[in-house]
Write a protein that binds this ligand. Sequence first.
Ligand code: ZN
Length: 246
Amino acid sequence: MKEELVLNGIVLYATLVGEYDKRLVVLTKERGKITIFANGARRPGSQFRAASQSFVMGSFTVTSGRESYNLHKVDVSEYFEELPMDMEKMCYASYFCELMSYYTREGDSCVKNLNLLYVTLKALIKGHMPNTLIKAVYENRLMDIEGQGIHCYSCVKCSDKELTYFNCKQGGLLCTDCAKKTNTTRRISSTLVYTLQFIQSEPLGELFSFSLSDDALKELVSVTDSFLNEYVDKKFKSLEILSTLA
Ligand SMILES: [Zn+2]
């Protein structure tokens, strides 16, 4: 008999397979992003029925196959059941999972990613911050974990600490002199500099505990969106749906 493993994680998404089964893509602490087959998950009375859905967090007892895993038992610690009740939040949560899936692979160490996803889904449910701010915080923090964050502590070119411009292609913030030399025209506020640094360095428990003025939020969203467009080569289904809701 094959050895059973217990993997802890969050279901990023679930797809239907055949008449009764489901294929789960799960971000796990122990093995990174993996595929788990939940056989019979759609049969009435199946123990997997409630657990084989997006955002479910728990311990998955599996056996390992050649390219995927088979589910034997699941202990759910969190369903995030508030998310599917709000279409807009549901779209944001799906996008967070899609972006996470884009960045992660099997075998990666994903503890930071998993913790970030957890606190972000919690923040979305709490609703103390605008969804657009939660999205920008998540994107910046995740890009930073993946070594692709906006360079924001010193000038990309000369390491000067006085930061006044942003250039996507250069990878981040610039001082006035280097901005001139690189034909950079996008001026930024000191609030943006501070906000980016805060998002990259603040402990996760405090990450979703600040507010921004409307103008500062617009600037953060605009800079983050252009950075993502430059470095992430994928269209996300959930964002397309979200744009139709606005
Ligand atoms: Zn410089």
